[in-house]
Design a protein around this ligand. Structure first.
Ligand code: GRG
Length: 300
């Protein structure tokens, strides 16, 4: 069962790392006063709205498991957070999920209008590549490979492809395999990419990258299964976004297809597999282990 206890202080790790990521993002992004000010205000509004910073935390934790440094991992950690935030801004648009709240605040288009929200998403996606290009290349992982990694996870085969399948699956009865196809692309791909980038920033050997990929894929899918569960078990206040939305729009989710109990079991099994993948690190992946345990038990 996924009940690993670790003396590792995850809250401290998350607080310190989130603080460092926020400071780095603040430096990487144009200031609110940079013209045209509206777009920079809109980009910063969503980026600094209080996200959990799980993807950057995974990048940094993976780097540390491979003996790398926070400094080397930071541009890549910030790049994935920019891509994640862009995807949330676009996902909330009336043409997509049409949501009014995100990260406990009115959504980007509610504050800045749809046109600016589309552009803020576009600009964050582009900003991600500008930031990632500032990471160091390594003997095993050149700049080209780092950029390819992010592009592949964000493009039409993964993040965007998952969103397309999600849109096209609306009001249809999906099988569990079809739902898994969506979740693996829409959510898991960027989470897995976050973990892999951490290893790559540490010039990790291929066996460690394979282990991180295995970990990332399992944790990524577990993350979305848990997101589906939280949508039906938590309130909007707890989530900082509209709860119960999936049921309201009759969206295919794990609880809708297999029930709440089985969904919880699947999330725990996926997390167990994620723990197993970390065995090659022989106890040096404590932060990744603690993060996987935390993601399983998270309540928002
Ligand atoms: C290309 C027009 C266009 C749109 C693309 C790809 C895409 C839009 C949207 C997919 C994004 C999406 C909503 C994925 C679901 C992933 C998910 C569970 C997000 C919530 O992540 P958390 O809980 O959020 O880490 P915080 O706010 O804490 O960062």
């Amino acid at each position: 069962m996924a009940t690993k206890q670790s003396p590792f202080d995850l809250n401290h790790f998350l607080a310190i790392r989130a603080h460092a990521v926020n400071a780095a993002l603040d430096k990487f992004l144009p200031s609110e006063k940079t013209k045209p000010v509206t777009i920079h205000k809109a980009m910063r509004y969503s980026l600094f709205a209080g996200g959990k910073r799980m993807r950057p935390a995974l990048t940094i934790a993976a780097a540390e498991a491979c003996g790398g440094s926070v400094v080397a991992a930071m541009p890549l950690a910030c790049a994935v957070e920019c891509i994640h935030t862009y995807s949330l801004i676009h996902d909330d648009l009336p043409a997509m999920d049409n949501d009014d709240f995100r990260r406990g605040k009115p959504t980007n288009h509610k504050v800045f209008g749809e046109g600016i929200a589309v552009l803020a998403g576009d600009a964050l996606l582009t900003q991600a590549f500008e930031i990632a290009a500032q990471a160091n290349g390594w003997p095993r992982y050149s700049h080209k490979e780092l950029i390819l990694e992010i592009a592949k996870a964000s493009g039409s085969l993964q993040l965007v492809g998952g969103q397309v399948a999600d849109l096209e699956g609306e009001n249809k009865k999906l099988s569990l395999d079809e739902l898994k196809f969506i979740h693996e692309r829409k959510t898991s791909a960027l989470l897995c990419c976050s973990v892999r980038l951490g290893g790559m920033s540490a010039n990790c050997p291929p066996a460690q990258l394979a282990a991180l990929t295995d970990f990332g894929n399992h944790v990524g899918l577990a993350f979305q299964v848990i997101d589906d569960i939280l949508d039906v078990t938590q309130t909007s206040e707890q989530l900082g976004k509209t709860a119960g939305k999936d049921v309201a729009v009759q969206k295919a989710t794990y609880p809708a297809i297999v029930g709440l109990g089985k969904s919880r079991k699947i999330a725990a099994q996926l997390t167990d597999k994620a723990f197993d993948a970390l065995k090659v690190f022989k106890g040096r992946a404590v932060a990744l282990e603690a993060l996987a345990g935390f993601l399983l038990k998270r309540d928002r």
